[in-house]
Design a protein around this ligand. Sequence first.
Ligand code: BGC
Length: 719
Amino acid sequence: MINEKLLANCLWLGGSGDTDELAAPELFRRRVFLEKRPDHAEWIVAARGLISLEINGKAVTNELFLPGWSDYRKRLPVRKLDVIGLLQAGENILTVTVAPGWYCGCISRGNYPGGKVAYGKKHSWAGELHWHCSDGTAGIVASDSAWEYADQNSWIYSDFYAGEKRDYRRTPEKFFPAVPVTAPEQPLFLYEVPPVKVAEVLSPRSVDRNPDGSFTVDFGKNIAGFAVLTCTAPAGRLVTLTHGEVLNPDGSVYTANLRRASGRAEVIWDGEQHTYRPEFTFFGFRYCQINGVDEIGDIHAEFVTSVYQQCGTFECSNDLVNQLYKNILCSQQGNSLEIPTDCPQRNERLGWLGDIQVFIKTALYSFESREFYLKYLDDMVLCANEAGDFPPFVPFNRPEEFTGSAGWADALLSVTWELYRFYGDKEILRRYHQPLSKWLEHLNNTADNFIRSASRYGDWCAADTSTPPEFIATAYYARAAQLLADIAGIMGETALQEQRNILAANIRAAFVNKFTAAGQLTIRNQSAPVFALSFNLLPENMRQNALNILLEDIEKRQYAISTGFLSTGLLLELLSRFNCGEVAGKILTCTRCPSLLYPVLKGATSVWEHWDGIKEDGSFFDPKMNSFNHYALGSYGAWFYEYPGGIRMREPGFRSVRFAPEFLPQLQYVNAGFRGIKTHWERRDDGIYWEIESPVPVELALPGRGETVAPGKYSGKCQ
Ligand code: BGC
């Protein structure tokens, strides 16, 4: 919510001038004398950059990367923090450190220091501390000229891509009056989204000493966050922590795939014991190589994320499949950091829309994240161009690269739709209906006789790239028109619904006309029939033919997969919908390359960007594009809950469900759960035994059953 009054009386404070180099976080302080300990106190802060706050030497919050990210060209986030426990009667020292972060770090400078800035060159902050006592006395400590600015501090730089460098020997020597900088023109909005926090602390699984004396620590899974090291080292000694996702054959950490990101934290020690923990950066890693210490002191890793409340579970008789499922969860948490990102490690970490567009349904099954995505929908709306089209990633900071692309520009629609379905709140549809309608208008205006071609990224990372851009773009166009017709219907706008139904039918007719001949799809691969059938683009009499094309290709590849970012999430669901569960099960359990389980066999603990990120001979895929933590190819995750797990939504918001488990022949048992619903089935000699416990009404869609029952626990047996 934009609020005109927020911080209206504050000065914005920044450090020494603009810089094109990697900038140092800057330190500000102010002494405040209070007669009494206040009964209420709240610090309201904003920053162009990242901010960390202390009162009397104690951190004000354990939330990370404050005040958050959005389209800074349009709005700046403001945080309100309760600080009552930290103030005391007498003197208090308030400290603020402000760092470049998403505002003016490399991520917003076209990837490198000195690059073209998207928002501004200089980090700065503003804030007001409000306090009052029960006797009525009260005060405000605003950012004003009474604040002081330190000549230096231990940070040399801290940046999302470049990593961090600190020198513990450098402490402030002098303080100068803080210099006000120009206040931003952008409005401020109160940020009320679950913050980034440490969700998990990981102990080392192993610590190995390398021939060069360095140590390699394995934390057991590929996360976003950092290693935290407590040790002593002689004054002047450089200690380096290099974070990476995989290892080189010699046991050192592989960093080539980080591209222009460093993965590195460098610390010059001062002879004392310190716990080193980065504050304004994070890394994507499983391993950390430590150079410069004689002995590893105490080390652990912290997994940071914005989504921490798991709401879905899945477990079955196949351990490799269980690991696959865990990998999807891990990549979701590692790529939900303030915004949904593509990957957490290389010089990207951006909100690529195609990735969340395909992953949203899986995301909502696994972690409670309504507020996280609602805020992101607002970010998307802010980033639309005048025509109503959407950029490839959001927040968007490279205006010259604006291209609306099928599957990427559809994210506002898919995320809005799934949030509505998962939470059953029509208000969500109403809130985004206007920008969605404008976007559909844009698609109409730029289509050529109902055919569209804007598919810059195609079915990204597919092993078979033979589905042409017009096919994908027109398929998505038809899907958008139909879904927006359905949305108009749900909102009670029947005339609009009818108009969009006609539009959708026209696009489907144009699609059939262009991409089929003699009742057959003309493109014979996996993804073309997947799009055509999943988006219901074909008339009844052509569907079996399309399914046959898909089944033939699957058979030809012996259950290996050739789908990319856009079609992988649709494949298993489609097979299950068309009663080909056995084939879905064979795809699920196939271990040939490329397949879902192949990365698991290669030791994956997260979802890879490429099916063959590590090739069969152990070599790596091209380092220019080889993330080991990219959830897009894990977007079939929703299928686990719905088909083998059997939990299908019957009414929006899961106000009632259908229990319709698919008893995959490849599995002996399955346990699944979602928001208090628990399901189980297992094979025994005399049949399949099933169970469901549900807090909402359930339709028992099982052989020989079919009745809808009240909330409760039910069990039975099928042959
Ligand atoms: C990102 C993707 C993204 C893509 C667009 C990549 O560099 O990592 O996840 O969707 O570009 O094609």
